[in-house]
Design a protein around this ligand. Structure first.
Ligand SMILES: [Fe+2]
Length: 224
């Protein structure tokens, strides 16, 4: 499960993640050293003033390919985006605009969506159905970081059609003790469908090394 990283801010100069090609290369090298072979580049969308088009994101992904090839870093990078659940996103869904940035998920059109952290969101279950009707496979980013998340609620989201993505850094307390506890609860319940680092800066990689170890040890217990 750790060979594919479904959530990152390694694309340079587009959000609060990588600030330069140098940082992008540094993070990519460290991810490869951890065994990651495929990295989804998922800049913030409908947040931090971003309203990127599909063409724009694809062009930036192609640029990262070239940057990494020149630096001799062997890592598959793929298009994606982290869509912020709010009015602008829901509007784009209803109008089917080209500002929804799907990623290739084993032949399906995955769509990564982040819920607001601090307040309950209405219509989350219904949204999964709408996205499925539009031809997307909806993926919820780091549900453990959402303060109103419980095991029961996460299972309701899954029943409604959401897949769940674990932020590996949650396992080592990078997002606080509550997110860490919820991440462990959901992982032990085998609720996650995929993982992501959500790395923003090279400094995150030291935490990620421990997170990979922690993920492996908990997964072994769950599997046994
Ligand atoms: Fe993110």
């Amino acid at each position: 499960m750790l060979h594919a990283d479904f959530h990152s801010h390694v694309m340079p100069g587009v959000d609060d993640g990588s600030r330069s090609a140098v940082e992008t290369i540094a993070m990519a090298r460290d991810l490869v050293a951890l065994g990651v072979t495929r990295l989804y580049l998922t800049p913030h969308q409908f947040k931090l003033g971003n309203r990127l088009t599909l063409v724009d994101v694809q062009k930036r992904v192609d640029d990262v390919w070239r940057i990494l090839a020149r630096a001799d870093v062997s890592l598959e990078v793929c298009r994606g985006a982290e869509h912020y659940y709010g009015e602008e996103f829901l509007d784009a869904v209803s109008r089917q605009e080209d500002v929804l940035i799907p990623f290739d998920w084993e032949g399906e059109r995955g769509l990564l969506v982040e819920l607001p952290m601090g307040r309950p969101s209405v219509g989350v279950e219904r949204l999964a159905q709408v996205l499925a009707e539009r031809g997307f496979k909806p993926l919820l980013a780091h549900p453990e970081r959402t303060r109103h998340c419980t095991l029961d609620r996460a299972m309701e989201w899954k029943d409604a059609g959401w897949s769940l993505q674990l932020n590996l850094l949650s396992l080592v307390g990078r997002h606080g003790p509550e997110a860490e506890q919820m991440a462990r609860t959901l992982l032990q319940a085998d609720a996650y469908d995929c993982v992501g680092s959500d790395v923003h800066r090279p400094a995150d990689l030291a935490w990620l090394r421990d997170a990979h170890k922690e993920f492996r040890s908990i997964s072994e217990v769950v599997a046994s």
